[in-house]
Design a binder for this molecule. Structure first.
Ligand SMILES: [Zn+2]
Length: 388
């Protein structure tokens, strides 16, 4: 493991250094990457994301298909989906990474999926009572969107939470999507390929979740739906006593804690004693960065404005044009799906995004089962998914 772990970290950080080379940006941005490790040694960096901001509810509407969350984990995961579309568009690449099982493609067993993030994901993973570092802008339960005054203890592990915002942020400027901890918990059941790609490929699960983390307690339980909800595996995976699909499971990724990567200018660098004292402050400074980077292997980079979820540096006249949406916005990924559909089915897709998502009944049922494990759920965003 150690061999490829250092290689994987190095590849991620080298790519990030390459991205920021020409810009004076904070070296300590939160990074997340998804790599495939072939036969425990060959690291393929598929996608990389940076960032810790998300747009407010006020940016979300039926016309604006911006990226709702620009957290590093979300960017990396969407980037991975884009990477999958690239692979599926090239027959040689399909054979390299996938084998066909019955009607769908499955990732070959020789590849392990490694998800690497440079701090514990927002939400429950940052809300341990022992943790004094995080929590300045804590992820709050979704009930906040309905009754603002409710006083809910921060450490209630059974509640799902929204993306963090400062407690003083007005409700309209808060983001009603899941925090990253809860997203990863859900990806451990539905996979990271998404509902659309699941029509052609079996779920792809995170095998190793690698987190830069300095404390002495385990984060294992926060990504485990059984531990979080108290429900059984059957409650999650079965309907009327029958498995929804044998392809879905509750994956418990191996969690690997790793030390901070030491940049010369990093506050974590042992030589920077003075800066070391400011770690708390620094973590809050990270959230000041108002852009995100996306890197996808074979597609290059994109800079995203994380305050509005659009491409960085757009002229005002271009803001509402769909072709200027980030490559990983749902709208853009759907265009990729339409190409893939045409390629595989030999006909044009006539449905909108939501209708296609709803066609994957098994995925939908699984999501409903997960929803029933908890008292609350993210705000319903289906009205924003009616595009073609
Ligand atoms: Zn997050």
């Amino acid at each position: 493991m150690n061999n490829y772990l250092s290689d994987l970290k190095q590849k991620t950080h080298e790519k990030y250094q390459e991205l920021i080379q020409k810009e004076k940006v904070n070296q300590n941005a939160i990074l997340a990457s998804i790599s495939l490790v072939q036969n425990e040694q060959n690291v393929i960096l598929c996608s990389l994301g940076t960032g810790s901001k998300a747009v407010g509810l006020n940016h979300m509407n039926e016309q604006n298909h911006c990226l709702h969350s620009c957290h590093a984990e979300v960017i990396a995961k969407r980037g991975f989906q884009l990477w999958l579309y690239e692979v599926l568009s090239k027959p040689n690449d399909i054979d390299k990474y996938f084998e066909k099982k019955e009607t769908k493609y499955s990732l070959k067993k020789e590849y392990k999926v490694c998800f690497y993030v440079t701090q514990p994901p927002c939400g429950q993973a940052q809300l341990f009572p022992e943790s004094k570092i995080y929590g300045m802008s804590a992820a709050r339960p979704f009930s906040e969107f309905f009754q603002e005054a409710e006083n809910i203890p921060n450490c209630d592990t059974q509640r799902l939470r929204s993306t963090p915002a400062n407690s003083k942020t007005p409700i309209q400027q808060k983001n009603p999507s899941f925090c990253c901890t809860d997203k990863i918990m859900i990806w451990n059941i539905v996979g990271i390929q998404g509902a659309l790609l699941n029509q052609y490929i079996n779920p792809i699960y995170i095998d190793n979740l690698i987190i830069e983390f300095r404390e002495h307690f385990s984060l294992k339980e926060v990504f485990d739906i059984g531990k979080r909800s108290g429900k059984s595996m059957e409650d999650v995976l079965k309907i009327n006593n029958k498995f929804i699909s044998k392809a879905f499971k509750i994956k418990k990724p191996k969690i690997i804690y790793t030390r901070k990567n030491l940049f010369v200018y990093s506050p974590y660098h042992p030589n920077n004693d003075e800066l070391n004292k400011r770690i708390n402050k620094d973590i809050n400074q990270q959230s000041l960065q108002s852009f995100s980077y996306l890197y996808v292997d074979s597609l290059g980079i994109e800079k995203i404005n994380s305050l509005n979820g659009l491409k960085w540096g757009l002229a005002k006249k271009d803001i509402s044009k769909l072709q200027f949406l980030p490559k990983i916005a749902k709208y853009q990924l759907f265009q990729k799906f339409k190409h893939l559909y045409e390629h595989f089915e030999g006909k044009q897709l006539q449905c909108n995004y939501r209708q296609v998502k709803n066609k994957n009944i098994k995925y939908l049922c699984l999501k409903l089962n997960i929803k029933q494990c908890f008292q609350e759920w993210s705000l319903n965003k289906t009205q924003y998914e009616q595009f073609q």
